[in-house]
Design a protein around this ligand. Structure first.
Ligand code: SAH
Length: 451
């Protein structure tokens, strides 16, 4: 079944997904194609040929295919030339991602390798190049035969599908990347390094965010779309590649743009690769998923952890000790309650044995009063929990203010005196707009001056 089709000058043009390769293809009229060339194409692409139409992968169009563009003439070799029969490309968004290598699960990749009649150990070789040796082009995989490298390059193009628009570095060795995807949407991800040799990737899960927390830049322009598994994985690969050859990522925090529990399947699929020994080999215990607190999502995650045995750390953005206050700056809280969230986190702890972290971003004059310390302590005292206090990283347009360092210390001390375990997450990367979604917004408004 075509993913979509459209009429053009009386002819039907179809974009199909082939079952063998998940390859998006488009029908183009063949102008000058020798029989040998046609057979070769049919074989390597694994797609159908007909006398007047040839189905070719998107990536053979002068790529990247952009929505609304008209396909251009393609010269594949000196004997074969494809000319589009007209019309404007309107690929479904899904089809834009289908020939991205990183989108393939291990089962899907195994199927393709099998279809191509290659030995299964090629998969191990390819994965080692990508995950351990940080290679981003099939051509660089020198222990693969040239023919296999060419096949892979022709089929998938490059390994990374996005485009790095900017790379910002702050004094404290925090680096932030702004990445643009095939459809023009942008996200950001951050590499944090500390003196304990922690190399932490902070990744986004969505373009924009539907949660619209009042102090956070990510939701200011609303929600656009979920990221795919490949796009989440690509952020990790790009951040890993910023490190020197003998270093690799040690930690992942899912604290970039978006609400991870609203894109859980893609996230878990990417994290599977991040934590598998033949993937990025990051310890499961060093992966933290941060959520606004969606009880059903927390339960679904707990279930997934039980099934897979991968006990990721859960962090909940509490930020307030009572519903009245929380609902004032976290709109999502109006459709749930702190009690419901805590009941779900109790379940998470019960099922996974992993202690839950509660994040508390301190907003000056809003949630930093002494009575808030007492209420928070009452909520958490009987729980095996830890509070992560985060001084606000102010976003100019949003109007919230950061507490002084003295006020942060006072809040932390009082909380500890009330019997709660506390950690403070100091601000990093201020100069590079490190608060979630800030860099993307700078670019969205074409205001390139960073705070
Ligand atoms: N949607 C997820 C991930 C968000 S980012 C969540 O809500 O947890 C990770 C953390 O940073 C959250 O606790 C979020 O509330 C917090 N945060 C967002 N913007 C911030 C800012 N400007 N200053 C300090 N913390 C911020």
């Amino acid at each position: 079944m075509p993913n979509f089709s459209y009429q053009s000058r009386g002819r039907k043009v179809a974009v199909l997904k082939t079952s063998a390769s998940h390859l998006p293809i488009v029908a183009l009229k063949i102008v000058d194609e020798t029989k040998a060339g046609m057979e070769r194409s049919a074989m390597t692409e694994g797609v159908r040929c007909s006398p007047s139409f040839h189905f070719v992968p998107f990536r053979l169009l002068l790529t990247p295919p952009k929505l609304g563009h008209t396909p251009q003439r393609i010269t594949k070799n000196k004997n074969s030339q494809f000319v589009p029969i007209g019309g404007t490309m309107k690929p479904s968004r899904q089809s834009l991602f289908m020939n991205n290598f990183l989108e393939l699960s291990s089962t899907e990749l195994a199927k393709i390798v099998d279809d191509w009649q290659l030995p299964a150990y090629r998969i191990t070789q390819i994965r080692r190049w990508i995950f351990a040796r940080k290679v981003t082009a099939f051509e660089q995989m020198t222990d693969l035969p040239k023919s296999v490298r060419t096949l892979l390059s022709e089929h998938f193009g490059t390994i990374l599908s996005g485009n790095e628009l900017s790379r910002l570095q702050s004094d404290d060795s925090t680096q932030k990347l702004l990445i643009e995807w095939n459809d023009g949407e942008r996200i950001e991800c951050v590499l944090l390094q500390n003196h304990r040799h922690h190399r932490t990737a902070c990744v986004s899960t969505q373009v924009g965010c539907a949660m619209r927390c009042a102090f956070c830049a990510s939701g200011m322009d609303g929600f656009v779309r979920n990221l795919t598994r490949g796009e989440i994985l690509e952020q990790l690969l790009r951040l890993n590649a910023l490190l020197s050859d003998n270093e690799r990522l040690t930690h992942v925090v899912v604290m970039g743009i978006g609400e991870p529990l609203l894109n859980l399947d893609a996230l878990l699929s990417a994290l599977d690769e991040a934590t598998s020994t033949d993937g990025l080999d990051i310890s499961v215990r060093r992966v933290t998923i941060s959520t606004v607190g969606i009880p059903a999502g927390i339960r679904k995650l707990a279930e997934a952890v039980v099934q897979s045995g991968k006990g990721y750390k859960l962090a909940v953005s509490l930020h307030a000790p009572n519903d009245e206050l929380r609902s004032q700056f976290i709109p999502y809280n109006r459709s749930t309650s702190i009690a419901e969230i805590l009941s779900a986190t109790d379940e998470y702890f019960g099922k996974t044995g992993r202690r839950v972290t509660f994040e508390y971003t301190l907003l000056k004059g809003v949630n930093d009063h002494q009575e808030h310390v007492a209420q928070l302590a009452d909520l958490l005292r009987k729980r095996t929990a830890i509070v992560n206090v985060i001084p606000l990283n102010p976003v100019l347009e949003l109007g919230f203010r950061a507490p002084s360092s003295g006020a942060v210390l006072r809040f932390v001390e009082q909380l500890e005196e009330s019997g709660i375990q506390v950690k403070v997450r100091f601000r990093r990367g201020n100069k590079i707009a490190a608060a979630c979604g800030q860099l993307r917004r700078c670019r969205l408004s074409e205001n390139l001056r960073l705070p």
